[in-house]
Design a binder for this molecule. Structure first.
Ligand SMILES: NC(=O)c1ccc[n+]([C@@H]2O[C@H](COP(=O)([O-])OP(=O)(O)OC[C@H]3O[C@@H](n4cnc5c(N)ncnc54)[C@H](OP(=O)(O)O)[C@@H]3O)[C@@H](O)[C@H]2O)c1
Length: 363
């Protein structure tokens, strides 16, 4: 019950206020111009050109008082979180820095002990460690326990405290887009970790949720785990093959369709979880958690049916904003984080396309 009350408190809270982008101080000079691009010297995408581009990012000062946070995962080299959080710290005038730290599965415990010993204030956790960190925690929030996954750690006097900001991030982004799911039929494609957060959030917000997954048993497990959390909640599990019949049944017209599968994600950007030829009612809102590429084939299919579309950057930003607020106690500058993440996502996809790299999307 306390858990429900806390969740509803998120929804009742107004969307975070927008903060203006930082402006350059008078007299502050432009970063030095970068000479004509050099060809890559080593490795895929690690050429000197990319390095010089990175050097152009305005960096906040790092000194003896700088507070550190970061993300652990494997891989994390292409995480958008450092760009997004460091832009926020600069905008807030905070002497904090955020770094990406590749950690192998067998090293998770040692890494968390080490980060604590080094005085890190907080850590984001991404694939594949979201469950693996749990035994190393001093405490875990009810949401994270219910979802069975942790994506944010905060340093406490007794050790790391785990939370999951994905559900809050998703619902905050829906609110920011003016989408109210109360009483609406919401179709969720996928039954993995992200689906759990989305289904939790939608059910808590009063949506009627139908989960479709390639592996039917996984959808059944998700529904069985989350049913009963919210009295009056309507939650059903289906095989992905049943999607067409479900959508064509006019009695159950969806108000919202959310893709939580990884289908359509770079490098398989030409794929979609939505069957070709299956019409999406034009009054439906279609949300894709995938943000690499920003414009997925699923969103293109939805647009061609006249539906309104929302990409995955907003959820990424809002879950990050929730983490930043947990760590610093300050309101996150949503517009600054959005701009930084969107720009980095677009340029990253372009550079990967140019390099023909196979990369995985992650926080
Ligand atoms: N925007 C954000 O802030 C945000 C946050 C979290 C996650 N995400 C994105 O959400 C996606 C899923 O993440 P996750 O952590 O939930 O991953 P996950 O736990 O590995 O789940 C993957 C899901 O995709 C389905 N799937 C994978 N390949 C498929 C295929 N070829 N055909 C049909 N279904 C397929 C899986 O179905 P089976 O069960 O049948 O394998 C499962 O439902 C990723 O793209 C991730 O980057 C975005």
């Amino acid at each position: 019950m306390a858990q429900n009350k806390r969740l509803f408190a998120w929804f009742a809270a107004p969307p975070l206020p927008l903060t203006p982008s930082p402006t350059r101080d008078e007299g502050e000079s432009e970063p030095p111009a970068i000479p004509a691009p050099f060809p890559p010297l080593w490795g895929k995408g690690l050429g000197i050109e990319g390095q010089k581009q990175k050097d152009r990012q305005p960096l906040g000062r790092i000194d003896g008082a700088t507070k550190l946070v970061g993300v652990i995962g494997w891989p994390v080299a292409h995480s958008l979180s450092p760009v997004m959080h460091n832009a926020a710290f600069d905008a807030l005038g905070l002497n904090w820095r955020y770094v990406a730290m590749p950690v192998r599965t067998e090293d998770v415990g040692a890494a968390l002990r080490g980060l604590r010993a080094l005085g890190f204030q907080g850590v984001n956790v991404t694939v594949p460690h979201k469950q693996r960190v749990v035994p190393h925690l001093a405490g875990i929030s009810p949401e994270a326990r219910t979802l069975g996954a942790v994506n944010t750690l905060s340093a406490g006097p007794d050790g790391w405290h785990g939370d999951n900001t994905d559900a809050r991030g998703f619902i905050r982004d829906l609110i920011a887009h003016g989408v109210d799911v109360k009483g609406k039929m919401c179709l969720v494609l996928g039954a993995g970790g992200a689906a759990r957060a989305v289904v939790y959030a939608l059910t808590a917000a009063g949506g009627r949720v139908a989960v479709f997954n390639r592996t039917h048993t996984r959808a059944l497990d998700l529904v069985s785990d989350l049913t009963g959390l919210f009295p009056g909640g309507v939650l059903t599990a289906h095989a992905m093959a049943q999607l067409g019949d479900f959508v064509r049944d006019g009695e159950r017209a969806p108000g919202l369709i959310v893709n939580t599968t990884s289908v359509g994600m770079w490098p398989d950007a030409g794929t979609s979880p939505w069957p070709d030829g299956l019409k999406i009612p034009p009054e439906t809102v279609v949300y894709d958690l995938v943000y690499k590429p920003l414009r997925t084939r699923f969103l293109e299919q939805a647009e061609s049916c006249g539906a309104r579309t929302i990409d995955g950057i907003g959820m990424l930003v809002h879950q990050g904003a929730e983490a930043l607020q947990l760590w610093t106690g300050q309101e996150a500058p949503i517009d600054v984080m959005t701009g930084a993440a969107r720009e980095a996502a677009a340029s990253m996809t372009e550079s990967e396309a140019a390099n023909g790299e196979k990369e995985h999307q992650h926080l």
